[in-house]
Every structure is written in C-alpha cells, then in structure tokens.
Unconditional design. Structure first.
Length: 259
C-alpha cells in the first residue's frame, strides 16, 4: 500500500466517525441512508418502516408469528425484519440475525440488541463475491452457531438471489437441522420458467445487472427440486410480486401438516 492510499484510507475512517449511523422516525431508530443496501426506495424512511411492518405482518398471517416464536433471519442486513417485528408485536422468545456484512451486524448489535436483548446478531465470515469477497469459502461442513431445531421460522429475503446452486444446497441442508418439525421457511429468489437451471446476471431480464452475483436466476422446476432434495415442500408460491420482481416461496417440511 502506498503512502497516499494509506493516508486516504485513514482519512476515510476519520470522516466515517462523524457521519450519523442512525435516524429517528416515528419513535423508531432506523439505519442511516448510507447503510441501507436494499434499493433506492428504502432510502425513504416511511417506505423503509412500512416495508418492515409488512414483513412482520407477513409472518404473523402466514406463519402465526407470536411473542413465543423463535426466528432466524439469514441475511438480516441492517435489521429491516426485526425493526418490523418490534414495531408490530414487540419482543419475541428469541430472534437471531446473521449476515456476512460486519457493518450491518455492528449496527444491529448497537441499535437493536442494546435495547432488546432477545434480538441478537452474529457475523458469519462466509465468502460471497458480491457482499463479502474476502470471506471464507463455504464447505460441506458449514454450520450456523445454533442448536438443532432451534427455530420455528427461518426467513431469507433476497439471499438466494445472490447465491449459486451449491451454496443454496448447503444452506438448505443446514435448515433441515435448524428448523423445528412444524417450522416454516420464507424466502425470495429470482425465478422463471423454461430457462437454464441457473443464470448469473441474465440479459434482458428485469433490468441491467452488473457486478458479481447481482442477480442469480433459477428455473422454477430446478429450484423446487433443490427444495425437494432436502425434504422441503412448497406450501405457496407467488410469482414476481417481491422487490425487483423476485418470487416468494412459503415452505414446510415434506409430509407435515401445513394448515
């Protein structure tokens, strides 16, 4: 590293010390705009809060989220879901958020865990070419730091939309270990019919994609076969209704009562 680049790096860190990391909106503490990576719409505080509450409502209506629920949020970012849960129903038995972004986890630990100890956040140093290129490569022995059947609900919003097939297989295998027998999974992904099994940054699809794993699109039948490999079944599928026209899957263990 040259002297000039070192000086610039130090100057940037000093400047960051004086940039606000949070904002207050309607008695809620939200991440400052420069920490929100969900898309331009989320820079608006009202939109951010409305979407957070909508995600909590989704889990209440679809998965019967209550104060006694145990929730795992994989790819939690700067806490959109827990902000929504706290705003809608308050404390729950326990919430665990994991993410490959240290910056996001630090924000959540400071501004959410500090006030709500049942909400905890853990950084996982897993390599992702888009969000954590210097992380450790995921292998078949990958485990999240939680006990067997520790969760009633596993939530992944726009996580598999930036992952390749083998990474998804690894996560699904781990979810089999972590999910309670009657537990449910919600996830979003880029899904289409009659396309190659997996395409990275497909052209002429939704918008212009750029950079590593900006959009990883899956064929619907192939994606559902990945779920079936791990004995998961699709209770409900909604096509292109989520952010950037992602599709949503509501999932349970195969053969279990889904009422």
């Amino acid at each position: 590293m040259t002297l000039k680049s070192l000086i610039n790096k130090i100057a940037f860190k000093v400047i960051c010390l004086f940039i606000p990391k949070s904002v207050h909106y309607k008695d809620m503490i939200l991440p400052a705009n420069h920490l929100r990576f969900c898309g331009p719409d989320f820079l608006d505080d009202e939109y951010f809060v409305t979407s957070a509450l909508a995600e909590a409502d989704r889990l209440v209506e679809r998965f019967r989220l209550t104060t006694s629920s145990r929730v795992l949020d994989v790819g939690c970012g700067v806490g959109r879901l827990p902000i929504g849960i706290l705003g809608r129903i308050g404390e729950i038995q326990h919430y665990r958020g994991v993410d490959v972004s240290k910056k996001s986890i630090r924000w959540c630990q400071r501004y959410i865990s500090g006030r709500h100890p049942s909400f905890r956040f853990i950084h996982i140093d897993v390599k992702n070419p888009r969000y954590n290129p210097r992380g450790k490569t995921m292998d078949i022995d990958f485990r999240l730091p939680f006990e067997h059947q520790a969760f009633d609900i596993i939530y992944l919003y726009s996580l598999f939309s930036h992952m390749t097939t083998e990474e998804i297989r690894t996560y699904l295998n781990e979810f089999q270990r972590l999910l309670a027998p009657s537990g449910k999974i919600f996830l979003t992904a880029f899904i289409a019919e009659g396309v190659p099994k997996m395409t990275i940054n497909p052209q002429d699809y939704v918008k212009n994609w750029s950079g590593a794993l900006h959009c990883v699109r899956y064929d619907k039948d192939f994606f559902e076969s990945l779920l079936a490999e791990n004995s998961f079944s699709v209770d409900c599928f909604t096509y292109e209704k989520e952010i950037d026209r992602q599709s949503a899957f509501y999932i349970s263990r195969r053969g279990k009562d889904t009422s």
